[in-house]
Design a protein around this ligand. Structure first.
Ligand code: 5AD
Ligand code: SF4
Length: 477
């Protein structure tokens, strides 16, 4: 008997899931009355916001099927891994977690399901098949919405289920969703990526760009506003090319104007932008639309034009710096954050100096810095001039020190100012403090006499720390 289960991508696939949700619900209801407790789930997420958002869909489906969230330390009835493969250490961590789950005799058996980007790589699926026999269900990024069907198949047939699709067809709408936050929400506007940066596995595992229809996006955001959400972050690998696949031009800016008009939503953010596609109309929208926050995440990856060419990024160091100047001219107080890769194949000390130069010139509020990681299947993995680990790490250290000093200096400028903070709730570190972010995406922990969760508070910044700001709320009007 084979492990493979192939489920066709038919039109009614989403509708059909509601039938399977009902079928699993019967099983969980029976289990609840037999055991006197509701069966539980544990969804473990690795990687980016897109994965966090996909995990909200998995949780949505699980809750519809009658599962409740496992308490800390409890072994859940269903454990789902939402995996990431953007760098090797993410994969290693996930294998580690899966290894720990191997049941010893007499253990309570959980159903273990694994999904996400890592599963779109055939060599990974083979390894799971052979060496992780306790993994019961494997599915990919393109058929996430079929989880109820796959779970039911496993429960009713008792054999391992593997269903991975090579490519995504249409964008799937209507999957149940349980949002983990109450004040801000992620909203997918497009899936996939067409850019094929030479280091990146994402286009290989998430497929080509597919945009959601504007009406579906607007409907979702209106519902969020009605549900009390105040901030949305639009998600896509490359939001600036939103609508290109639908034959639209300048559709991203237009979408922003439409979203800005939705009552109840106070703030709009988006990520990620590719420098090559950042249009004048978007810059204009950022200037004109009051709800668009003064923050732009604009990965530059490397400051060396030669490395950028090898990375297939399609812009030079000078073009990137010019773009930053252009945005600053229109929106002077904007905060920039970025992604940087250190140790790309062939990166010389001189190339690295160009990266440091961009960091010093732009003065980013924050940078996500990564050691280059070789990903099987990408162009750069074939390059012969890979950089020794020791050199990469030493450069990485210098980069982090440079950036941290700049970030801390920029934070200091906020001392004494009063900032608008969207209050997200109690601080995780101290019960006496609330937490939230400014429009520039600065993290603020502050004292306040009343609970203003979900509201915009005026917070006086009394102290700048390297990675956050400390404040005290001004009396509420
Ligand atoms: N190695 C290191 N960093 C990578 N990123 C993507 N692929 C790799 C890789 N192979 C980084 C890029 C991207 C971010 C999400 O992850 O900086 O912007
Ligand atoms: Fe990867 Fe480049 Fe696409 Fe971003 S734009 S997901 S870095 S290929």
């Amino acid at each position: 008997m084979t492990d493979e289960v192939i489920i066709e991508a038919t039109e009614d696939a989403v509708q059909r899931q509601y039938v399977y949700i009902e079928k699993v619900k019967e099983i969980t209801a029976e289990q609840t009355s037999r055991e006197g407790r509701q069966p539980t789930y544990d969804v473990r997420v690795f990687g980016c916001q897109m994965n966090e958002h996909d995990a909200e869909k998995i949780i949505g489906m699980l809750e519809e099927m009658g599962y409740s969230k496992a308490s800390a330390g409890e072994q859940a009835d269903v454990i789902v891994f939402e995996t990431c493969c953007v760098r090797e250490n993410a994969e290693e961590k996930i294998y580690g977690h899966l290894g720990i789950l191997k049941p010893s005799e007499g253990d309570k058996r959980s159903i273990v399901a694994v999904t996400g980007c890592m599963m779109q790589q055939p060599q990974v699926v083979e390894k799971i098949k052979k060496s992780y026999r306790h993994v019961n269900i494997v599915f990919g990024t393109h058929n996430l919405h079929l989880f109820p069907e796959l779970l039911y198949r496993y429960m009713s047939e008792g054999r391992r289920v593997f269903d991975i699709w090579d490519a995504g067809s249409q964008v799937v709408e209507g999957t149940p969703i349980t949002r983990t936050e109450k004040v801000k929400a992620w909203v997918n506007i497009m899936l996939g990526c067409n850019n094929f940066c030479s280091y990146c596995i994402v286009p290989h595992v998430r497929g080509r760009e597919r945009s959601r229809n504007k009406t579906d996006i607007l409907e979702e955001v209106k519902r969020l506003a009605q549900g009390g959400y105040k901030e949305i972050t639009l998600l896509g690998q490359n939001v600036n090319s939103y609508g290109n696949d639908l034959g639209l031009k300048d559709a991203f800016a237009e979408l922003l104007y439409a979203l800005n008009a939705i009552d109840g939503i106070e703030r709009i953010r988006f990520m990620t932008s590719h420098p090559k596609d950042l249009s004048d109309s978007l810059i204009q929208a950022m200037k004109e639309l009051p709800k668009l926050c003064e923050h732009l995440h604009l990965p530059f990856q490397s400051g060396s034009s030669k490395v950028l060419k090898d990375m297939n990024r399609k812009y030079t160091k000078e073009q990137y710096l010019q773009l930053i100047d252009k945005v600053r001219e229109v929106i002077p107080d904007i905060a920039f954050t970025t992604d940087i890769i250190v140790g790309f194949p062939g990166e010389s000390e001189e190339d690295f100096q160009d990266t440091l130069d961009v960091v010093k010139r732009v003065r980013f509020d924050m940078a996500y810095t990564f050691l280059y990681s070789k990903r099987t299947g990408t162009k750069a993995a074939e390059f012969s001039n890979q950089i020794p680990e020791k050199v990469k790490k030493e450069r990485f250290q210098r980069l982090v020190e440079t950036q941290n000093a700049i970030g801390a200096e920029l934070n200091l400028k906020h001392e004494g100012l009063t900032e608008e903070v969207l209050v997200e709730g109690k601080s995780r570190h101290s019960d006496a403090m609330y937490t939230g972010r400014t429009r520039e995406y600065k993290l603020v922990n502050f004292t306040c006499d009343e609970d203003l969760t979900g509201q915009l508070a005026r917070v006086k910044i009394i102290r700048a720390w390297p990675f956050w700001l400390e404040g005290t709320a001004e009396p509420h009007q």
